[in-house]
Ligand binder design. Structure first.
Ligand SMILES: Cc1cc2nc3c(=O)[nH]c(=O)nc-3n(C[C@H](O)[C@H](O)[C@H](O)COP(=O)(O)OP(=O)(O)OC[C@H]3O[C@@H](n4cnc5c(N)ncnc54)[C@H](O)[C@@H]3O)c2cc1C
Length: 577
């Protein structure tokens, strides 16, 4: 039967073998999960080492005790360093060498500094400010074969792939300008290896589109930078996971290398490797540029006959019932007229729930804040690979001669009232929430302790109950497709998923096995019962857990802790004999 609620969250320690940073996160997470309902019992999960009963385990257990005593000492040291930094923070902030507005990453709470994205070019300023008032960027057609709603990563990729499959008369309607939702402020990281063969293929396709296909078709550079990717293993389980990823990559032609700490130091001299078991280096990983990618996708799609119409919010979806009593999409309504169409694709990001409501379709996702900060210049960081330190839940993205530092917190902030006026917007960064990443980031690249923060980037992103996107035709309405809920991976998955969505629409099914992303896994009798997709507390609590566990080791048969007992099977109450 379902286990009772945990009194103290043990996600980090239980899942990651009590890793140094993981232990810290677990401790912070304990009692800090306001969205996760009222605890009603105690579930103490064994640590990974305690679970280990394979031959040779006693030796490993002894080793793990030595490691954990070492880690305890390190934690004490780190705690005093953090205390010292907090005391020193006001002085550090006043240091004239940092210049106005700069604050060191190590400092604690303080005034919010400049909010701005680190990109030289965005599409925000690329339009005459009075254009929006003049209405749609081009006349609305009266009919369309497909209407894609939303001009972010997913909408642009889907339109491009529809056009490539030969669909004529596809139209993209964007409320404001392309990229103006979440896409404009993305970090744009593309890692090619994930623990799923289908996802490895999806990622490979995105990489092909942004690094090769679009440039060949349009002669334009999308802004793709191939600086490589480096995954950090600070415990043995993580290194084992990376070895599995490397094997998977081999099968799909993704070059990767497991490096020793010394080899890692040679590759990334600014990195502290003292606590590392090893790293996984993927030389052809890289970074996508949001404005460059979306504008080039739009250019390539329109060259093949598709239309992109900006400043055109969709206000309604008209539905008809056919002779067999089946509900079907009939038209899309806007403030500037309607477009008759048998097919709509909901690529509206965090607004996908509102667009779904227009059609009576449930879209189980929630909007949360996700953030990174951009540092000032760091000598010697140029050309370094992007870094993902899973055990510290932190990523470091190369930003020219600086770094962007981001991560996933155990206590993320929900965007409770998603505003339809939010375009090219950013939230104020909550340093109390974000500060939990500084320790991990500084431990990995110690020079960050003395480096100022130039700007903060905190924006909305959608998260789903099982951390997988929502795709495919909605079971409630024929002709209504979803391409949303991307859990902070909508840039890197965009190309692969756009291609699958286009195939789904044209051929009635995706080309790859997309069961894990199919909306019917949630709504039908597959994985979740449809009663849950209408259950806002279940969606919220499960999505919260999926955000917090974004970087956790993926173990087989993992069962989420959130949302338990909200729906019980018929045998739930049957007593044990
Ligand atoms: C800080 C941060 C860092 C990130 N870093 C990465 C990363 O490194 N790698 C990665 O892969 N992903 C990353 N992500 C996630 C990624 O950026 C998103 O998953 C992706 O941009 C989402 O694209 P989208 O097209 O689904 O949504 P959006 O970009 O939000 O696009 C939706 C569009 O729909 C439009 N719209 C809404 N309602 C309507 C309507 N009624 N009518 C017409 N148009 C409408 C909106 O204006 C918007 O332009 C990050 C996210 C954040 C917040």
């Amino acid at each position: 039967m379902a286990a009772p609620w945990p009194q103290r969250s043990r996600w980090g320690g239980g899942r990651e073998g009590g890793g140094w940073a993981a232990g810290g996160r677990a401790a912070r997470a304990a009692g800090q999960m306001p969205g996760l309902g009222k605890p009603s019992g105690q579930l103490v999960m064994p640590t990974f080492h305690q679970q280990d009963t394979t031959p040779g385990a006693p030796g490993r257990l002894r080793r793990s005790r030595e490691e954990s005593s070492l880690r305890c000492r390190s934690r004490v040291l780190m705690a005093s360093l953090s205390r010292a930094l907090r005391v020193a923070a006001p002085c550090l902030r006043r240091s004239p060498a940092q210049g106005p507005g700069l604050r060191p990453l190590a400092s604690g709470a303080g005034p919010t500094i400049e909010k701005s994205v680190p990109y030289q070019r965005t599409l925000k300023g690329a339009q005459d400010p009075s254009a929006a008032a003049r209405g749609p960027s081009r006349p609305l057609p009266s009919t369309a074969s497909v209407v894609v709603i939303g001009g972010g990563s997913l909408g642009c990729q889907t339109l491009y792939h529809l056009a490539k499959l030969g669909v004529s008369g596809a139209v993209l309607l964007e409320r404001e300008r392309l990229t103006s939702g979440t896409t404009w402020h993305t970090a744009g990281l593309l890692w090619q290896l994930r623990p799923s063969d289908v996802e490895v293929e999806l990622l490979a396709h995105t990489r092909r589109v942004v690094s090769r296909d679009l440039e060949e078709e349009t002669g334009l550079h999308t802004g793709w930078i191939q600086n490589g990717g480096l995954f950090i293993a600070s415990n043995r389980q993580r290194l084992d996971e990376y070895k599995r990823l490397m094997s998977l990559g081999k099968a799909y032609g993704v070059e990767s290398h497991v490096l020793s700490p010394a080899e890692t130091k040679a590759l990334y001299p600014l990195m502290n490797v003292d606590d590392l078991f090893g790293t996984l280096y993927v030389p052809h990983d890289g970074t996508m540029d949001p404005a460059g990618t979306c504008s080039t996708l739009a250019r390539a799609a329109t060259a093949r006959g598709a239309q992109v119409i900006e400043n055109c919010p969709v206000t309604g979806i008209r539905v008809r019932t056919d002779d067999f009593g089946v509900r079907r999409v009939a038209a899309v309504e806007t403030e500037h007229g309607s477009v008759q169409t048998p097919c709509v694709v909901n690529c509206a990001g965090v607004w996908a729930g509102a667009v779904g409501q227009m059609a009576g379709v449930k879209v189980p996702l929630v909007a949360m804040h996700h953030a990174y900060v951009v540092t000032e210049r760091i000598e010697g960081i140029q050309n370094m690979p992007n870094v993902r330190d899973h055990d510290a839940s932190v990523y470091l993205r190369l930003q020219g001669d600086a770094l962007s530092v981001g991560g996933y917190e155990a206590n993320p902030i929900f965007w409770e009232e998603v505003s339809d006026k939010f375009a090219f917007g950013l939230f104020d960064l909550d340093w109390d929430v974000f500060a939990q990443h500084t320790e991990g980031a500084i431990r990995r690249v110690p020079v960050l302790e003395r480096t100022g923060v130039k700007s903060t980037v905190c924006g909305p992103e959608s998260f789903t109950p099982d951390h997988k996107p929502l795709m495919g035709e909605a079971p409630e309405l024929r002709g209504f497709y979803l391409g949303c809920g991307f859990n902070s991976a909508g840039m890197m998955l965009g190309g692969g998923c756009g291609q699958e969505l286009a195939h789904w629409i044209v051929h009635g099914r995706p080309e790859k096995d997309m069961h894990g992303y199919d909306i019917r896994r949630v709504c039908g009798h597959l994985r979740f019962h449809h009663s849950l997709t209408d259950h806002s507390r279940w969606i919220r609590e499960r999505s919260h857990e999926s955000y917090a566990k974004n970087y956790s080791v993926v173990f087989p048969h993992d069962e989420p802790l959130a949302g338990r007992n909200m729906r019980r099977g018929p045998l739930h109450e049957v007593p044990h004999p």
